[in-house]
Design a protein around this ligand. Structure first.
Ligand code: ARG
Length: 587
């Protein structure tokens, strides 16, 4: 289904064309002043400017043509030549009825025939997922859902950090522990034990120890560097050990992503492009794109108009190891080869902006990106009440799993306070708490513009009133239970029909979902979906306070109102689903 604003733009565009003007001038959008009109068109001003003519005179001509269109109930000229437009209730009702039958609920289809590779999550092997990966996961998953809903072919990749120095640090630490000598014996080339010599819990203590040892002792750091180079060069014992790290960590990660309801199409990592690196380096060298600088192989990426110095992208370090930038560049080649995407988005902390700028410039310079537009979708930091990156009470980095548990516990407390589910089974209460806890965390994260830092305040995020996930779930659950009762009564659920200002406002908002989804896609802005959902819940509650629904005596009115409720529920549930939030059966 095409959007309502799109349909009006075509009508107004035709009016401009009939006056010998450009069709684009007819662009119609929701009004900035909903108190004055539903829609507006500012094309007469732009047309007048270009033709050095009087905007009001042009607006009069366009208005005369639009008045002949039965869809409009009001065509008015405001100020210097703005066109204010209202639709007839009949036109809105007809479109609401169409929306009810549209399974996509007006999705804009902006991605038809297009492929997006979406790089998000990005946890690192052997380290538990930290809270800074949470934002990437939540924002990335929302974009994954939104782009799919908009018709894109989305290929999501968790892109594990599995190839850097931390691997060498772990390997040397395990060597010094002496607990798994077979992996270090130069006379053994395999086979190696099936079972991992370390568990995820072991890695959680081994990695911090290894990293501290390397910080304290330059010789240890040097050994870790060498081990990294040897691992990358294919030393069998190191590769075998590394495979154990990857497997063991993946089990833990699957659990955490699963708890959040997040799925990836690809479980690739930095190491996945290992085999592409030698040919990439050769090719770049042959084309004269690389330089040797202090023993390292680099691609210069500075440009004349840079405001800040832009260091070159380092591909091979002087001791021979490859880096984060090397694997990212090779991954561009792999993705272009495998998916020929239109767009590659990297949902990564904004502090990595410089890194991506280097990689993108190198990809451009070496002509590696095919037709893909490469873009870093950065985001700010989740801070604690002290304004510093969120930590546990003990001062460590908060683990994602613990955060989810915290959200659940808080939800349980709130539900008990509200007396919700007191008579439900323990299992059902736990299931509700799980959904509410996750909604608390996700909505709080997504409702801020992604580039702003925000303070994590579980107390506030978990409230059942205000702009929170639980409030919206509760709003949806209430409509669900009302519709359940209506079905039990055998009441008819008809098509919505406008009889009041509240109903008109709701229907206008429902009909704007497609445009909203298109704008949220264009701006990569999940917070727009949060805004929309909150406003919808508020518009609904205004309607509900002013109207009888179940208790309405007139059967036609009742059927129309129930239809409106059903449509609000469908749209609200849809938007919450785009945010990765599930609505409980009941609360
Ligand atoms: N592993 C990285 C980190 O923890 C994030 C990876 C992001 N994706 C990428 N293609 N570089 O910071």
């Amino acid at each position: 289904m095409s959007s309502l604003a799109g349909e009006l733009s075509r009508i107004a565009g035709a009016a401009f064309v009939a006056e010998g003007l450009a069709e684009e001038l007819g662009r119609v959008a929701a009004s900035d002043r909903p108190d004055l009109a539903q829609f507006q068109c500012n094309g007469a001003l732009a047309a007048a400017k270009a033709a050095k003519a009087n905007p009001r005179a042009i607006a009069e001509k366009i208005a005369a043509r639009l008045k002949a269109e039965p869809i409009f109930s009001k065509v008015e000229i405001a100020g210097p030549g703005f066109l204010n437009l209202d639709l007839t209730d009949a036109a809105l009702d007809a479109r609401a009825a169409t929306l009810m039958d549209d399974k996509t609920l007006g999705a804009p289809g902006t991605g038809a025939g297009k492929t997006l590779v979406l790089d998000f999550g990005g946890p690192n092997i052997a380290k538990p997922m930290a809270v800074h990966h949470l934002r990437s996961t939540i924002i990335g998953d929302c974009l994954q859902r939104l782009y799919r809903a908009n018709g894109w072919n989305v290929v999501s990749d968790v892109h594990l950090g599995d190839w850097g120095l931390q691997m060498g640090q772990l390997i040397t630490e395990i060597e010094s522990m002496g607990t798994a000598p077979i992996y270090f014996d130069p006379n053994v080339v395999g086979p190696y034990p099936e079972e991992s010599p370390v568990s995820m819990e072991d890695l959680e203590t081994i990695y911090p120890r290894a990293s501290a040892a390397c910080k304290a002792d330059p010789a240890r750091l040097e050994a870790a560097r060498r081990a990294t180079v040897d691992l990358q060069a294919g030393r069998p014992g190191y590769r075998a050990l590394w495979r154990h790290f990857v497997k063991v960590t993946e089990v833990g990660l699957t659990r955490e992503f699963g708890a959040l309801g997040v799925k990836f199409d690809l479980w690739n990592g930095e190491s996945s492009v290992d085999s592409l690196i030698p040919s990439m380096l050769e090719d770049l060298k042959a084309r004269g794109l690389t330089e040797v600088s202090e023993g390292a192989v680099v691609v210069p990426v500075a440009q004349g108009d840079d405001k800040k110095p832009m260091p070159p992208l380092i591909l091979v370090k002087s001791e021979g190891g490859v880096l984060y930038g090397t694997t990212d560049l090779a991954t561009v080649i792999e993705r272009v080869r495998d998916y020929d995407p239109d767009l590659i988005l990297y949902v990564v902390d904004h502090r990595q902006h410089g890194h991506f700028e280097q990689v993108f410039r190198a990809a451009e310079k070496a002509n590696l990106r095919g037709r893909a537009h490469l873009e870093h979708v950065g985001y700010g930091t989740m801070n604690g009440p002290d304004g510093k990156p969120f930590k546990t009470r003990a001062g460590g980095a908060m683990k994602l799993f613990d955060l989810i548990e915290m959200g659940k516990a808080e939800a349980e407390k709130r539900l008990a306070e509200q007396g919700i589910g007191a008579d439900y089974s323990i299992e059902e209460r736990a299931e509700i708490a799980r959904k509410v806890g996750i909604a608390t965390i996700k909505f709080a994260d997504l409702s801020n513009h992604r580039t702003t830092d925000y303070i994590f305040d579980l107390e506030r995020f978990s409230k059942f009133e205000g702009k929170t996930g639980p409030y919206l779930q509760y709003a949806a659950v209430r409509i669900q239970s009302m519709l359940r009762k209506a079905r039990e009564q055998g009441a008819e659920i008809g098509a919505p029909a406008i009889h009041s200002a509240e109903e008109r406002r709701l229907i206008l908002q429902l009909l704007s979902l497609g445009d909203l989804m298109a704008s949220a896609e264009e701006k990569r802005a999940p917070n727009m979906l949060c805004e929309y959902a909150f406003e919808l819940a508020q518009n609904f509650s205004r309607f509900y306070n002013e109207h009888h629904v179940l208790s309405e005596a007139d059967p036609a009115l009742k059927a129309a109102r129930l239809g409106l409720c059903a449509l609000v529920l469908a749209v609200l549930t849809r938007v919450l689903d785009l945010l990765g939030i599930e609505v409980p059966e009941r609360m």
